[in-house]
Design a protein around this ligand. Structure first.
Ligand code: HEM
Length: 297
């Protein structure tokens, strides 16, 4: 079940990358109908240019929906934890909401409007977060981490929970700001200030979590691995963001005709999804493994 959920998360990641390709190759709305494409299941004869990306995006979205349906049924049958079935159903609801949004916007000709694009991106990030959380809940490490709770004789300062939660929320907001900036809804400064706030919180959260290891004089790779991953992915994300920004500025007259902007922009989106994956893992593992009490040390 865990491998199945990891496959669903990996395919959701691919789906987000394909979404970035659709957006960056200006292929949004290149298939005029839905759920069929040019009136067919396979639009032979139309498969060129932006249609290829848009069609691939639809096919992978359908595969993700099938995997999530399979996972939900599996959770219903084989997992005794009632709450995890709700998480599985949430993943299914989110992918169905994406499909409904796509269907409605294609039929009303509003696919390329900023509100639809931003809502689509928000649902995508939430879906990734929920599917990643399912990979954590179904992993063997989940049970072990519950047992290791006793490795923390005293609860750490509540700050570590607060900052890690705030970092995850700031990251979701920052992704929304990125999409809004991409579609000229906000200015570059907003996205850059958002990046500074999110980066500061992510770094702070990772430092606090790694600090738990030093405080206790004990290795907690279950927590420190995602904490360190967050820092590395964040650094790459910032560098790629700056490169995209510079390339974009160099092609101010037609930013999306530059191949360099296209490539860095797709990588930038990929890293933002990877960063969210690492941060969600860190957050859930933290709440699982570290006891929370009012008595802070
Ligand atoms: C935590 C840090 C960051 C995150 C999570 C993030 C995320 C995103 C996302 C999701 C997009 C939308 C991509 C698309 O729809 O194609 C975007 C766009 C963009 N970001 Fe960031 N970003 C971050 C930091 C930065 C920084 C530091 C810069 C530059 C100084 C930057 C520059 C840009 C540019 C130029 C775009 C528009 C790309 C285009 O024209 O297609 N980002 N960002």
């Amino acid at each position: 079940m865990n491998r199945f959920s990891v496959a669903a998360a990996a395919l959701t990641f691919v789906l987000i990358l394909l979404g970035a390709l659709v957006a960056n190759f200006n292929a949004v709305g290149s298939i005029p109908d839905w759920p069929l494409a040019f009136g067919r299941l396979v639009p032979v004869g139309h498969l060129s240019g932006g249609v290829v990306y848009e069609y691939a995006h639809r096919i992978v979205a359908a595969l993700v929906a099938l995997l999530l349906l399979g996972l939900f049924v599996w959770l219903l049958i084989a997992d005794r934890r009632g709450w995890i079935k709700w998480v599985g159903s949430l993943a299914l609801v989110l992918i169905l909401a994406q499909a409904a949004l796509e269907g409605l916007s294609v039929r009303t000709g509003t696919t390329a409007t900023a509100s639809v694009l931003v809502t689509h991106a928000l649902l995508a990030e939430l879906l990734l977060g929920v599917v990643v959380s399912l990979t954590v809940f179904t992993s063997p490490g989940w049970v072990r981490a519950g047992e290791l709770r006793s490795g923390f004789p005293k609860a750490p300062k509540p700050r570590v929970f607060f900052i890690t939660t705030a970092a995850t929320a700031a990251l979701v907001v920052q992704v929304m700001l990125g999409v809004a900036y991409r579609h000229n809804l906000v200015v570059a400064t907003t996205h850059i200030v958002g990046a500074l706030v999110a980066a500061a919180l992510i770094l702070w959260a990772s430092i606090l979590v790694v600090g738990l290891e030093h405080d206790r004089d004990r290795a907690f790779p279950y927590l420190t691995r995602p904490a360190r991953a967050c820092v590395w992915v964040l650094l790459f994300e910032l560098v790629i963001g700056i490169l995209t920004f510079l390339f974009r500025a160099g092609f101010a007259h037609a930013p999306h005709e530059s191949e360099r902007v296209l490539i860095t922009s797709v990588i930038h989106t990929g890293f933002s999804a990877a960063l969210l994956t690492a941060e969600v893992m860190l957050l859930i593992r933290l709440y699982r493994m570290v006891p929370i009490t009012e008595h802070a040390i």
